[in-house]
Design a protein around this ligand. Structure first.
Ligand code: SF4
Length: 444
């Protein structure tokens, strides 16, 4: 019997932590490092193969990657790539092709932006996935008809873009070192689970609107995946959906299943202030929701509308109150440096931060990623402000929120003192080294 093909799912080593998954490359990793979701999803399509995952974010040594490659000698590699680290990513992949002759596929924001042209330019690549939920890589390896990928067939470049059901088997969480991933408020281990792909909102700075109509996994498959983690002693799950509450009936089925089968589970997710009502908030509490993350982005109602958000600023605080009454804390995310943001919008955000009932806030510098609507609209190719202003604003916004002493005790949201202590050097390193990545596409 022939041996199964060896498949390496790779998040390439880089000289600093860079999470590349879900087409959202982000360097903001002082307080969180989460799992490479795309690679987990792909592992669910690869049953029958000998699969390994190497995550260069948590194992950031080139020597360690070389050891993995030498030991494993992969027949095939699916690698994340991202525009901030593209030169380095491609150099690593080309090296693997030269030394091991592996089939190489790439997935990431850059491939999404260029598709066939990207593949044509990089001859050592055999294919790319323009959708990280596609089973095209597994189909290529199995010699099956490929439904959703761009791949090389001799001199031809072929493209298919049919969305198939997201019916992957339980992803191989067991291939990751779960002790290496953390969130601001959770120490390891936790698991990343994906239950839906896409979002009905049309935010102009986000890649999700370009993915077409949202698609959902079968609820039982999601519950099985939660169970897979639960039975390995993992009691915390981050639902990484872009908009977990976009389908209330489906969400209710999922939460009822979790409450009934996995008592003591603790949950968090990306959420929106609507749709949300009292029965849904109660179900969330029963299933174990501790936190939700809401992308508020700005304290300016005008700018929020311009960004394409599908809720209004005045809907945020009532949503927070309802979640609070059901024991769920709310993390608010804000973007800094978005094209089109006026100084008065920034001042409104400062004011909003003084009065909001959000529990924790997080600020990110806008990145001009491939696939976002702003880029496709041919919007400004540069930020409205230089990076020095963006950086100063990040600090000012953070300082404004925590200027109120009643917010200081929130440090106890962190699970224990050891987690707080581990976070301090990470925050210090991040604050001292807040060099923004090339956010406006310095592409190799
Ligand atoms: S709500 Fe979130 S996931 Fe949906 S389009 Fe906007 S930023 Fe993207």
């Amino acid at each position: 019997m022939s041996r199964p093909k060896r498949v390496l799912l790779l998040n390439p080593t880089y000289h600093r932590p860079l999470m590349r998954d879900t087409f959202h490359p982000t360097s903001k990793s002082a307080l969180y490092i989460w799992h490479p979701l795309d690679l987990l999803i792909q592992s669910g399509y690869l049953s029958g193969f000998d699969v390994r995952i190497h995550d260069g974010v948590v194992d950031n040594s080139r020597a360690s990657l070389e050891r993995t490659l030498a030991e494993f000698a992969p027949d095939a590699v699916l690698s994340l790539v991202a525009f901030p680290s593209l030169t380095s990513d491609l150099e690593i992949l080309e090296g693997i092709k030269k030394r091991y002759g592996s089939t190489i596929f790439a997935v990431g924001d850059v491939t999404y932006g260029e598709r066939e042209a990207f593949l044509a330019r990089h001859e050592f690549l055999d294919g790319i996935l323009a959708d990280y939920t596609s089973r095209g890589f597994a189909q290529y390896l199995r010699g099956e008809p490929i439904r959703n990928a761009i791949w090389r067939d001799g001199d031809r470049i072929c493209t298919e873009s049919t969305h198939e059901p997201m019916d992957y088997a339980t992803p191989r969480h067991d291939l990751l070192d779960l002790s290496a991933y953390y969130l601001p408020y959770w120490k390891p281990p936790f698991g990343s689970v994906y239950s839906s792909h896409g979002c009905p909102a049309k935010c102009r700075f986000c890649v999700a609107p370009g993915w077409g109509r949202p698609r959902f996994r079968d609820t039982e498959a999601v519950l099985d995946e939660v169970g897979f983690l639960y039975h390995r002693g993992v009691r915390k799950v981050f639902f990484r959906d872009g908009s977990f509450n976009q389908s209330p009936p489906r969400m209710a089925r999922l939460l009822e299943g979790i409450a009934a089968r996995y008592p003591g589970m603790r949950l968090t997710t990306w959420f929106k202030p609507k749709p949300l009502d009292a029965p849904m908030a109660k179900l969330m509490q029963a299933a174990g929701f501790e936190f939700v993350h809401i992308g508020v982005e700005t304290g300016s109602p005008r700018f929020l509308r311009e960004l394409g958000k599908d809720f209004a600023l005045e809907e945020v605080e009532p949503g927070i109150d309802l979640l609070h009454r059901n024991g769920v804390k709310v993390v608010g995310h804000f973007m800094v440096g978005l094209p089109g943001e006026r100084d008065e919008d920034y001042r409104l955000t400062l004011r909003y931060l003084s009065r909001t009932r959000l529990d924790i806030v997080s600020f990110s510098a806008f990145e001009y990623s491939y696939g976002i609507k702003m880029r496709n609209e041919g919007g400004p190719a540069r930020p409205d402000h230089p990076d020095t202003v963006t950086r100063r604003r990040l600090y000012h916004l953070m300082a404004r929120f925590y200027a109120r002493p009643d917010r200081w005790p929130r440090i106890w949201f962190f699970e224990d003192l050891a987690h707080v202590a581990a976070s301090v050097p990470r925050i210090a390193r991040y604050a001292a080294d807040l060099r923004l990545y090339p956010r406006f596409g310095e592409i190799a």
